[in-house]
Design a protein around this ligand. Structure first.
Ligand code: SAH
Length: 301
């Protein structure tokens, strides 16, 4: 930038130079420099200087993290701030949406459980259509786009249509909730492995490989498991997990109104039935949950 600044000092009006800098910062050039592809960054700079139109459309599949905007990555924030149109899910918090440029066109494509607001193939197609118009399309998803996020399906269609895209990882609910609840997912005295599964019900049951989930030194993290929670607890006990195994339910993890509910496999179904627990919730099962009472650094915040 320093050498470019010297080179451009006497070229054009200040306003023209302003336009150039903005277009440069919004182009692929900064990413190319960060990726040590300086030659291709130079090419973009020369293209912009010669007035070539490089505003071909592109798409960004971005993980927005579990809710607290402080948990966005720098790259996510940078792409959020330069998007022309956004397609976002229910799990993307209002605080994160407030970071979008004022003139960014917003489309809600979220789903309530079992009620798909916009069918998945239509979302995929709309991303392609908007990028083909030459726009910068932001697909903003809760958590990490590649963990129970269908991110793979969405970029497959972009790839088939030849649209340039990038994927930005996000802090997945398991990481965000475990940190903010003071429940380490692994710990030398408790668990040497951790397993992420979905507790989503299909035809009223969870199709999980129960026998594989029963390991004394393994933490189990269950996404989308609130409705199926009684069945999950009962099945784990039926397949040999001790009924006294600790379990935590983290409601609205990382958000200001986060709540952590703890109990045992035996007690949790009744506990949940007696309360109005709100989605999103994440379930953690295993002896690491016992650490919550001493490591809960957010209590009183
Ligand atoms: N791609 C997302 C997960 C999408 S599946 C990720 O990586 O986090 C949706 C499930 O994620 C919810 O049903 C819930 O189990 C979990 N989840 C997402 N955000 C959460 C939050 N803030 N608090 C608790 N659970 C959350």
């Amino acid at each position: 930038l320093e050498s470019l600044r010297l080179r451009l000092r006497s070229e054009g009006t200040p306003k023209e130079r302003g336009v150039f800098w903005r277009r440069l910062m919004q182009s692929q050039a900064p990413d190319q420099v960060l990726a040590r592809q300086e030659a291709s960054a130079d090419k973009i700079v020369e293209g912009l200087l010669s007035g070539e139109n490089i505003s071909a459309g592109e798409a960004f599949l971005v993980g927005a993290g579990p809710g607290d905007p402080d948990l966005l990555t720098f790259r996510a924030l940078r792409l959020i701030q330069m998007s022309d149109v956004v397609f976002y899910d229910r799990l993307v918090s209002p605080a994160i949406l407030s970071l979008l440029p004022d003139d960014c066109e917003r489309h809600y494509v979220g789903k309530a459980r079992s009620d798909h607001a916009v069918p998945q193939d239509q979302i995929n197609q709309r991303l392609v259509d908007e990028a083909l118009k030459g726009r910068r399309v932001l697909r903003l998803k809760g958590g990490d786009p590649f963990i129970f996020g269908r991110g793979g399906e969405e970029i497959q269609q972009l790839a088939e249509a030849g649209i340039p895209f990038q994927v930005v990882p996000g802090i997945t609910a398991a990481s965000g909730c475990s940190s903010y609840a003071g429940i380490p997912l692994t710990h030398r005295d408790h668990a040497q492995s951790v397993r992420f599964v979905t507790g989503h019900l299909k035809d009223g049951t969870c199709n999980l490989p129960w026998d594989e989930l029963i390991h004394p030194q393994q933490t189990l993290v269950i996404y989308m498991g609130l409705v199926g929670l009684p069945e999950i607890c009962n099945q784990l006990i039926a397949h040999g997990m001790p009924a006294e195994t600790p379990i935590a339910l983290i409601e609205k993890g990382t958000l200001p109104d986060q709540q952590v509910h703890t109990g045992t496999l035996a007690s949790m179904p009744e506990y949940v039935a007696g309360r109005k627990i709100q989605a999103p919730t994440l379930t953690i099962v295993g002896s690491v949950v016992s650490l919550h009472s001493t490591l809960n650094w957010r209590s009183g915040q």
